[in-house]
Design a protein around this ligand. Sequence first.
Ligand code: ADP
Ligand code: MG
Length: 247
Amino acid sequence: MQKLIGKMNNKHENKRIVSGVPGFNRLVEGGFRENSVNVVIADPGCGKSTFCWQFCAEEPEAPALYVSLEQNLDSVLRDCRDIGLNNFEDKYRRGRLQFQVAFSEDSDMTSGEIGLRFFMSELPKYLEIIRETAEHYHGGIRIAIDPLTPLLLEIPDLNQQRNAINRIFTSLRKIGTAVVTIEKGFGESLAKVPLFLADSILELEHIGLGGIYNRTLRVRKFRGSAHAETPQPIHFETGKGLSVYEI
Ligand SMILES: Nc1ncnc2c1ncn2[C@@H]1O[C@H](COP(=O)(O)OP(=O)(O)O)[C@@H](O)[C@H]1O
Ligand SMILES: [Mg+2]
């Protein structure tokens, strides 16, 4: 009996949330862990937002929440249309994907201030409402925070930042599985706190020299899994977005 319970628990622990990026899941034992926070760090143009769109759009019925600290809805829908990721807009139109803007284009407040207010006061209220929905779905809600950088810049004191990020990540884990992006190069030391607190870290790179390794995805950390150790070649394709090459 004890053995059977052990097996069942193991089975539960090993449930994975597929990423929506073809070829990625096999690098990390099937996908993200349930109720985890996964950081994608990269320079601009490497595919952080695309990764988030694919993650949110995956599984048409699973509820998703996309929080943007950088782009408004029109701009994201346009980008998705341009690269042929139609399932993001479809899911949004069917009301399965909530788009939340946590910045302002015409306010004196910085994106970081607005983002901070969103995470500290609005998100907790919102979480109460969606917690029940989240419980019905394997892995809860799919959440993307894109990018977290303005918030990090808003809290330069690393101790305070650690407390804030810890609270945010803990809330996110309670309601689902999150992908959080960070721009590389913006305050290297600031990025260390969310990296340290994340369940996994993925790094996207674009060397710009052409060839199969022109763009890569590297799994830097993945709690609880054996994972690919080396940078994996990835590519963009219209209609499909980002995928990892089969090599
Ligand atoms: N079909 C495509 N072919 C080649 N590159 C593409 C294609 N679609 C998107 N891209 C690349 O994706 C980049 C945008 O990715 P994005 O996810 O917005 O990056 P980030 O959020 O990291 O700044 C573009 O700069 C472009 O280089
Ligand atoms: Mg982006």
